[in-house]
Design a protein around this ligand. Structure first.
Ligand code: ADP
Ligand code: ADP
Length: 228
């Protein structure tokens, strides 16, 4: 699914990713954990081809990311959904239009879009909020809209970048339950980037611990955290 070998990346003279080797299996919920500045977001951006890198290889869904041209990268990104801490919704568009946006960009018919958006609204439990604008939604509801939008094109991978960091504990719990449901029901492979250990322990099967761009731990959650 995702196969990273000896990945290194510099920003100017700073080595922000240092010899990362990592395999994410199809269908798992995998966590990337570390303090702010550890390189977590940069690693995600290397996976979806938003960031180039100096050394190593990143293979996603059988494709070598550094060999893809712009249209290849576009096609790859359509198979990778992303959600963020700040939700990244368009405030001047209602819930329906926010979720519909990726399908509009790819030129789907209005009928296809309506069917898919209704399906996704049901999945995230927001049928009643279809015509509401983001400012009228709670943080948890906004993240549900963002999750629906990330799933619009039926991606195989969902990347979550600190998606629960702005939410209270109960809302965090309900969003994590939704991600688990998406993982199980839709078979979407999920990578969760977080600095919150509770989040990792609650949902992930395996994790990568990053510090200053280096791997300081990689393995199953119980091996990494729960050993006496
Ligand atoms: P994290 O997501 O773990 O907080 P980041 O991947 O955002 O970490 O950042 C890793 C390091 O790379 C940090 O030291 C950050 O300052 C640096 N960095 C991130 N993006 C850039 C950039 N566009 N230009 C220069 N340095 C950057
Ligand atoms: P356009 O593609 O030019 O935005 P549409 O005819 O697709 O126009 O839709 C017009 C507006 O009606 C959209 O902006 C959207 O807000 C709303 N809309 C379309 N379909 C639905 C739907 N099934 N449920 C709720 N609102 C919808």
């Amino acid at each position: 699914m995702i196969d990273i070998k000896h990945l290194s990346k510099y920003f100017n003279d700073q080595k922000v990713l240092d010899d990362i080797t990592l395999h994410v299996n199809t269908g798992e919920i995998f966590a990337i954990v570390g303090h702010s500045g550890a390189g977590k977001s940069t690693l995600l951006r290397c996976i979806n081809g938003l960031e180039g890198f100096s050394e190593g290889s990143v293979n996603v869904l059988g494709q070598e990311v550094k060999h893809l041209n712009e249209s290849g990268l576009g096609a790859l990104r359509s198979q990778i959904g992303m959600i963020f801490q700040n939700f990244s919704l368009l405030n001047q568009k209602n819930v329906y239009d926010n979720i519909a946006l990726p399908m509009k960009v790819w030129g789907y018919s209005k009928e296809k879009i309506q069917g898919r958006v209704d399906e996704l609204l049901k999945l995230v439990g927001l049928e009643a909020k279809k015509c509401v604008y983001p400012k009228e939604l709670s943080g948890g509801q906004k993240q549900r809209v963002a999750i629906a939008r990330a799933l619009t094109l039926n991606p195989k991978i969902l990347l979550s970048d600190e998606a629960t960091s702005a939410l209270d504990p109960n809302t965090t719990k309900s969003i994590l339950e939704l991600l688990q449901e998406i993982n199980i029901k839709l078979g979407v492979t999920i990578i969760i980037v977080t600095h919150e250990m509770d989040v990792v322990k609650r949902v992930a099967s395996r994790a990568l611990l990053l510090e200053d761009g280096k791997v300081i731990g990689l393995g199953r959650i119980e091996e990494l955290f729960l050993r006496p």
